[in-house]
Design a protein around this ligand. Structure first.
Ligand SMILES: [Zn+2]
Ligand SMILES: [Zn+2]
Length: 139
């Protein structure tokens, strides 16, 4: 496999996990499981189950985020870093589909406090902000 990754490739990925990781890395937009299956069919991935298993592990490792409202997956912008935030927030442009990951430690703290105040044990949070990106507002 050739180098030049925007993200440091994490160690200890299985072959399928690495294939999914690199497919997401090479994509401008979030990909659904079936987009990934189409992209990786030539690499020997044949069933949605293989894709979902790889995605589950990558999400568990904090390398990939699931965007519920799009039913799609994106690489974490922090996936090359040693310590990754528990919280991720995304802006999702409803016109062009552009997705940008935002991270703000005060948002993470606020969500943790809100959860704690109700006795809720927060494990992870993904906040999705839908609207128009700057380019689409100008258009
Ligand atoms: Zn992230
Ligand atoms: Zn847009």
């Amino acid at each position: 496999m050739s180098g030049e990754h925007r993200h440091a490739e994490p160690d200890k990925l299985t072959k399928n996990q690495a294939l999914v990781f690199h497919a997401l890395e090479g994509s401008e937009k979030p990909l659904g499981a079936y987009d990934l299956l189409d992209a990786l069919r030539g690499d020997g991935l044949r069933s949605p189950l293989q894709i979902y298993r790889a995605l589950d592990k990558l999400i568990g490792m904090g390398l990939v985020h699931r965007l519920e409202s799009l039913n799609a997956f994106v690489l974490c912008i922090h996936c090359g870093e040693e310590v990754r935030p528990d919280n991720a927030a995304f802006t999702i442009c409803t016109a062009c589909g552009r997705v940008t990951e935002l991270n703000d430690s005060s948002l993470a703290r606020l969500l943790a406090q809100l959860a704690e105040a109700t006795g809720f044990a927060l494990e992870q949070s993904t906040v999705e902000l839908r609207g128009l990106c700057a380019a689409c507002q100008a258009a």
